[in-house]
Ligand binder design. Structure first.
Ligand code: GAL
Length: 401
């Protein structure tokens, strides 16, 4: 049941009186309006967020049913996921005043996801997160050719990838959603029938955990991640440039002008890419540094470790400067792609009738390093038959006053 339905009648009364001040942009939000916020704050404050309507995600795509699945915990935290691309659509967490805030930037209905204008909003990415140079790699002397869908390179699994397929969904309770997808041998040019299982789990400690598992029937390469776009002040609330970011990395993998790693691991200290100490994302983003020019801002893989960890390790923290929402990212993966929303251009209408303005969201994609299949010095992304690919990442939410 929606939190607002539980509000005391007295607050509801205030709400009815102030209906005229209600935000008109709430039409996509489950058909219910902005009770709590309207009741207890000024007319300029943003409304309390809600999960999009399930009906707006129920469709048939490529002969399969799409839907919206909602996880919730005892703290009113809610995560909404669609099986279209396994995408995280909404994540409602309380801000420092207790107001539920949607920290995920993206669409609030299925149509814009399926009809283009998409920038991988919230998607599961596979088979290979980030770029593979020139769309080619070799295994045991055989060269495989993939789509070049990002200039000269292959990006995020190709033209369809995992972000535009319909996953089979199974939700048994309020805390867990299991998604599975079987990718055929040769799909998007990758060898092997790959069976992938991704589990989204919401804990009572306000952690959204994503477990990834996969097996193959032929030797292949694999690098799964999630491409959530975060704005911890709330989706559509402006840029993320004043968010404070900290990343537990001393090195990164510098790139060429097409964003393919050079193969080196370079020190971050003394560069505007160093986030060892919490720093505002925007403090140095326009510095005259070649890597920032190549990335058009931050779009770099941070080296958390030189191999996959057996346990979850703290990777990064981010603080929403206005909301006080604090996110802690931990992962077993050796890399973290920090992308500062440089390709967002205000072209897409996102939740609440807002636009996806330039740098109004950031991504922290836990991953193996880009182009690993062509980089012998990077941790391997090869998966063999008989092995099980298994990795997890956690996004934990709290507030700082
Ligand atoms: C990121 C990638 C960026 C951009 C973005 C999607 O993972 O590093 O270069 O492609 O995805 O727009």
């Amino acid at each position: 049941m929606n939190l607002r339905l539980k509000l005391p009648l007295s607050i509801l009364g205030v709400f009815l009186l102030s209906l005229s001040a209600c935000n008109k942009n709430s039409q996509n939000q489950a058909g219910e309006s902005t009770t709590a916020q309207t009741a207890d704050s000024s007319a300029t404050a943003s409304p309390e967020a809600s999960i999009p309507a399930k009906a707006d995600f129920q469709s048939t795509v490529a002969g399969k049913q799409t839907d919206l699945y909602v996880l919730k915990n005892k703290n009113q935290v809610q995560a909404a996921i669609t099986n279209y691309g396994g995408r995280l659509v909404s994540l409602l967490v309380p801000d420092k005043s207790g107001k539920l805030t949607d920290v995920i930037v993206g669409f609030d209905q299925i149509k814009p996801f399926t009809e283009g204008g998409d920038t991988y909003f919230g998607a599961l990415i596979g088979r290979y997160g980030n770029r593979i140079a020139k769309g080619k790699f070799s295994l045991d002397g055989k060269t495989y050719t993939l789509a070049t869908n990002d200039g000269p390179n292959h990006l995020h699994g190709g033209k369809v990838g995992y972000s535009r397929v319909i996953w089979d969904a199974k939700q048994n309770n309020d805390s867990t959603l299991v998604l599975t997808y079987v990718s055929k041998d040769g799909e998007e040019g990758y060898p092997g029938t790959l069976t992938a299982k991704v589990t989204y789990r919401l804990s009572s400690a306000n952690e959204l955990r994503i477990d990834y598992e996969a097996t193959t029937d032929k030797k292949t390469v694999l690098n799964l991640t999630n491409h959530a776009y975060f704005n911890l002040n709330g989706a559509g609330s402006g840029t993320i440039l004043d968010h404070q970011l900290q990343i537990n990395a001393d090195r990164f993998t510098p790139v060429d002008s097409t964003l393919i790693p050079t193969g080196k691991l370079e020190a971050l200290a003394g560069t505007p890419l160093d986030f060892k100490n919490a720093t505002a994302i925007g403090a140095r983003i326009n510095d005259a540094h070649q890597q920032l020019k190549f990335g058009k801002g931050y779009d770099h893989n941070y080296v958390l470790a030189t191999q996959k960890s057996a346990t979850l390790k703290p990777a990064a923290t981010v603080l929403g400067d206005k909301s006080g929402i604090y996110m802690e990212v931990s992962t077993q993966e050796p890399g973290l792609q920090f992308y500062s929303g440089n390709f967002l251009a205000g072209k897409n209408q996102i939740k609440g009738g807002k636009q996806d303005e330039y740098r109004s969201a950031f991504c922290l994609e836990t991953q193996h390093f880009p182009d690993s299949p062509n980089q012998p010095n990077f941790p391997s992304t090869v998966l063999n038959p008989g092995q099980t690919y298994k990795t997890a990442s956690v996004y934990k939410f709290s507030v700082k006053q």
